[in-house]
Design a protein around this ligand. Structure first.
Ligand code: CP
Ligand code: NVA
Length: 272
């Protein structure tokens, strides 16, 4: 960062990794993190995202925001001169994907041509981000989910348009075994994303057959790695023997949030 610049990091939802990795990363770069909880700020009740951003842009080099609706982030980005980073919305978690792709590259080499299966909530921020980021990286991404929890048609359309240019591919299916055949990378995420807590019982019943256990892991390549953005619910979306087993790279993955976001901030602020 140029001089002692401040970066605002705003949270409408809970966080451990995103909060720690942005705070440490901004400090590592010589800047100062300004962590704001929406619960005790004016945003989210008394003030619009763009008014908040117009105030912050006079004081900070960038705004990082974890929120619910994607449209709030887009409204903020349109209404301000500083970069706005999505630190997770209901629809996407792009910072996590930067870290995940870095982790896959560290363990598997070049990303293009690798195959990846995501099992679970296909409409979640993680599955939708895997469709877009996997396509961008030229990967072959299969998302196995119940039909009523499929990724948005617009996201799949965008991902397929990207994949046409990169040589990647995107497949959505209901059968987890079909998605897993010989893949290089297996991924899952919570069945109950933040904001969906009221649907927990119904989701646990619907997603049961998508749990990544040792039997399902055995359908992937013997050299496959397992990723999970965390926090994890052992015994629900993943069995303990998989997430705590030899194929799991979750701790590298969570550390890579720090490295990937530092690179993102440098890249954004050099352009700003
Ligand atoms: N993976 C992730 O974003 O974790 P937090 O919710 O703890 O930030
Ligand atoms: N899909 C999860 C990711 C948490 C980092 C959620 O939105 O709660």
């Amino acid at each position: 960062l140029e001089g002692p610049e401040t970066v605002a990091v705003i949270f409408d939802k809970s966080s451990t990794r995103t909060r720690a990795s942005f705070a440490v990363g901004i400090a590592d770069l010589g800047g100062q993190p300004l962590i704001i909880s929406t619960a005790n700020s004016q945003l989210g009740g008394k003030e619009t995202p763009s008014d908040t951003a117009r105030v912050l842009e006079r004081m900070v080099a960038a705004i990082v925001w974890r929120t619910y609706g994607q449209e709030g982030l887009e409204e903020m980005a349109r209404g301000t001169t500083v970069p706005v980073v999505n630190a997770l919305s209901d629809d996407f978690h792009p910072c996590q994907l930067l870290a995940d792709l870095l982790t896959i590259r560290e363990h598997k080499g070049a990303l293009a041509g690798l195959s990846l299966a995501f099992l679970g909530d296909g409409g979640s921020n993680m599955a939708q981000s895997y469709a877009l980021a996997g396509a961008t990286a030229g990967m072959n991404v299969s998302i196995a989910c119940p039909a009523e929890f499929s990724p948005a048609a617009s996201v799949i359309g965008d991902a397929r348009a990207i994949a046409e240019k990169t040589g990647g591919s995107i497949h959505v299916m209901e059968d987890p075994a079909a998605a897993l055949q010989g893949v290089d990378v297996v991924v899952t995420d919570t069945w109950v994303s933040m904001g969906k807590e009221d649907e927990k019982a119904e989701r646990v019943a619907t997603f049961g057959r998508y749990q990544v256990d040792a039997e399902k892991m055995a359908l992937a390549s013997p050299e496959a790695i397992f990723l999970h953005c965390l926090p994890a619910d052992r015994g629900f979306e993943v069995a303990p023997e998989v997430i705590d087993g030899p194929q799991s790279v979750i701790w590298d993955e969570s550390e890579n949030r720090l490295h990937a976001q530092k690179a993102l901030l440098v890249w954004l602020l050099e352009r700003a």
